[in-house]
Design a binder for this molecule. Structure first.
Ligand code: ZN
Length: 281
């Protein structure tokens, strides 16, 4: 499912690997020079110790043996955080033994000072790179594009001790250059096949209704920065649980270590191999 779509007043159109365009406030044009050094910032946040706060990195729980080829799985994904509502969402997910994937923004991680990031890791969620500034990557210079990915890799590694293996391009906007940059960083490109449009319709029942249209193997796009989305999550979890779904991370959906850097993935239904960068316009 690869086709062209214009993105929010941007010209020329960029490739979008999804039926819908993820949207969020468009940030100003990228600067060529990174505004600051994420390593230095992380150092400031963590003091002289590279670890936080008791000289240890958060430890993930044991891996679960879930085979999504045999049971119903759904991968809930939350973008653009961590924000002030993320803690409440983590509580709700914990109450349902649900695991999800968070595509975090580097600048939000910096603001959050790693607190929610640590919880995500210790509670078994997966963390993916959603860039530092949420800019349309396909339109950036090579340098700015690389910076968007590497700075976010660095701060997450510094604060949580993990190396992210997946990214989600803002707005789902990607092309060969973005695919190549993602591949260089060791990141698979995760898109989605179910869009709740929760950024546009701040309506809990609509978000619930759209999310629960997911079928086995779906990747559902949501944002943990909207209260209406967080409010929808208990009903979404209940509805899927009644149908026997397991709530899985992306690695659980595809199999640990199976995601190929640079390739694009929209759902398990598209196959485990993903979309090759040569197929991306
Ligand atoms: Zn986003």
């Amino acid at each position: 499912m690869v086709f062209l779509l214009g993105v929010a007043g941007c010209d020329p159109p960029v490739a979008v690997l999804s039926a819908e365009v993820e949207s969020a406030p468009v940030t100003p044009a990228p600067e060529e020079t990174p505004p600051f050094d994420p390593e230095k910032l992380a150092e400031k946040l963590t003091g002289i110790q590279p670890q936080w706060p008791d000289n240890s990195f958060p430890k993930p729980p044991r891996r679960r043996g879930i085979d999504c080829a045999r049971i119903r799985c759904v991968a809930l994904t939350f973008d653009d955080g961590p924000g002030e509502l993320t803690g409440r969402l983590l509580d709700i997910l914990a109450g349902h033994q649900a695991r999800a994937t968070f595509f975090v923004l580097g600048r939000m991680v910096a603001e959050d000072r790693g607190e929610n990031l640590r919880r995500m890791v210790t509670e078994g969620h997966e963390v993916g790179n959603h860039t530092w500034n949420h800019l349309p990557l396909a339109q950036l210079s090579e340098k700015a594009l690389r910076y968007e990915l590497t700075s976010t890799q660095k701060i997450v590694r510094r604060l949580a001790g993990i190396k992210m293996t997946m990214m989600r391009p803002p707005y789902g906007a990607t092309n060969k250059r973005v695919a190549a940059a993602a591949a260089r960083e060791g990141l698979a490109q995760i898109l989605w096949n179910v869009d709740t449009l929760d950024w546009r319709d701040r309506n809990t029942s609509l978000v619930t209704q759209r999310a629960t249209q997911a079928t086995p193997g779906s990747i559902v796009l949501m944002h943990d920065i909207h209260a209406t989305t967080i409010d929808a999550v208990p009903a979404i979890l209940d509805r899927f649980a009644q149908q026997g779904y397991a709530f899985v991370t992306l690695s659980e959906l595809y199999g640990v270590g199976r995601l190929v850097p640079g390739r694009g993935y929209t759902s398990l239904g598209d196959g485990k191999r993903g979309i090759a960068s040569s197929e991306i316009p």
